[in-house]
Design a protein. Sequence first.
Lengths: 239, 266, 214
Amino acid sequence: MWLPGQGRSRFGFTVNYQFDWEPILESRALILEGLATTILLSLCALALASIIGVIVGTLASSRHKGARLGAAAIVELTRNIPLLIHMYIWYVGLAFLRLPPFLCGVLGLSVYSGAYVAEIVRAGIASVPDGQNKAALATGLTRLQALLLVVYPQALRIVAPSLGNVFSQLIKDSSLASAIAVMELTYQASAIEGQTFRTFEIYITICALYLLLVSAVTLALRLLAGPRDDAPAQELASA
Amino acid sequence: MRHARRLLAALTASFLAWSGVAAAQAPQNTLATIKQRGKIIAGVKFDTPPFGFLDENNQPTGFDLDLVHKIADRLGVGVEFVKVTSPTRIPLLVSGNVDLVAASMTRTPEREKTIDFSITYYTGGQSLLVPADSKITGIKDLDGKEVAVQQGTTLEKNIAAVAPSAKVIAFKDYNSAWLALAQGRVDALTGSLNILQGFQKNNPKFKIVGEMFSVEPFGIGFRKGDTELRDAVDAALKDLWTSGAYSSLYRKYFGTDPAVPIETRP
Amino acid sequence: MPDVISQNMPFLLQGLVTTLRIAALTAIGGTLLGLAVGVAVQLRLPFVAGLLRVYIEFVRGTPLLVMLFICYFALPALMGLHVTAEQATVLGFVLFIAAYIAEDVRSGLRSIGSGLVRAALATGLTRLQSLRLIIVPLALRRIIPALFNQYVRLLKFTSVASVIGVQEFTGSAMLVNARVFAPVSILIFVALTYLVLCLLLSSVGRVLHAYLAA
């Protein structure tokens, strides 16, 4: 039976290395733990990033110039600092707070992604015709009610695909949390590699797992939202 | 369709990986390559005092580095240092990024399945570093405590074995592990005694406690089957011992004379 | 400026130079590769387009850090070459960003109406000539904002190279921090530097776009 790793390789060398998936199978508990942590990390960060993004994005759409400028400044400040630095800030810079690594990962990811969500929310609010807001106010709703009941739902429908993209990006960005010792998928991969030395096997495995996660999110989004022309939303998402 | 493409992508990558792995471990004569190139490319640590670390001018230095310099001198070639960490040192050796690894690496039977080792050039033991005011006096006091360790080391397994009820947190490099202790995120840092001494040297707020609870013989790592290079390095190491150069190097970094002579191959 | 920063400035500046070097090499290589891939896919070149689509999907679903790990440990063996961490980083970054730029190039090409293409062909230019002289330059001009977006993103994600040991700006700063323990000063300095550089780069992109659109 021909097994990969035996006999002559395609480069014509005589192979003396056994390609070995056994250690990976043995480490599947660690891999699954890492996968679970990655999912949990991404979900928490998505929730927090959404909250931050909605608040800042709404501020950015305010009538008050001060609020708009303030929001824009916050967005520029957080967006132009690398994600890794964000994580280090919470974990190393604010070490006196003794925040657990997982929380630092969530905070770093959500503040960074929150800036992107804020831009998406701002664009979403801006794309709701002004007439909607005026009509809502005319029927006697307060400004806040108009926002919550009329503007947000419509804005949300428009930007939902972009939020899906943010979630996919979050899942991929979560791998950086391994640098601050959060035991997510990439961290576990390094740990397994360090003990078994099976670099190829382990990194291909987690590549496949990340691809699966991201595909699952994209698929779920497509099922929920229905097929649509999301080109303008895509543009927003990659902004 | 997109998803089928993604799965196909993963499979393609695996297939490419097979051939890559095959090419990596084909027997080769690294010594000849080194002589031709005119220098050794050595994987060393930059964050593990006193074996490999940065001095006040942020220049790499250390026992391992000096040892490699001396070996290179005897082989008549120069040296280029590549930074490695415990988790990356063996993969980088196996993939051909470095010719050899002198990175505070303990020789174990498990590792000997993947790589070859030189003769033992240093023997240390594992110990604990704690804050000066800590109540911990040894491994028996580690119940429920958090201990930092480097990923990909024998130390990781040892500490889990001797203190099963301690919470072991593995970091990707010594810098991170040391920072964790210094910032109070963990209660103790475990590592080879001389490494802990290296961290403690400039930081009197920490102390080393407990007896050594493992024996760590360090060896220089080579790719499997790379016998010419290994024999040349072994010869150079023995030469350093007989000429006394090894002892003076040892004194420079560890402050004492070496307790055991360089071990000859058993 | 805090002592810690000024004392270690030469080392930190070296790191910054490394960051800029990696970013520049990646921007050039990634744009060229992304352009080639984008055109090939959009033109539906037989066989090649399908393979390239697989490549794009693979990269876009993979975290950057994992790409770097693969490039540093797996690919040197494939090529039988010795690569430094920096070389592996540039390779990984180029492969990474080219996939995203390819998609931007595709949307740029899509935005050019078929009317213009027909007009170009009608003047007697061959398919290749009209592509080279008219369509691609026009598409490029249109996607300048998207390209600069990618470049700013690139500048930020050079920091990830520090995880595989490249002594670029972030890596150097964290090495210094491990020795001197001044995380607040060092991180503020690092964050501000990236902020200024990214804002500068974005401004250049805006100016260029305005100039070309005029």
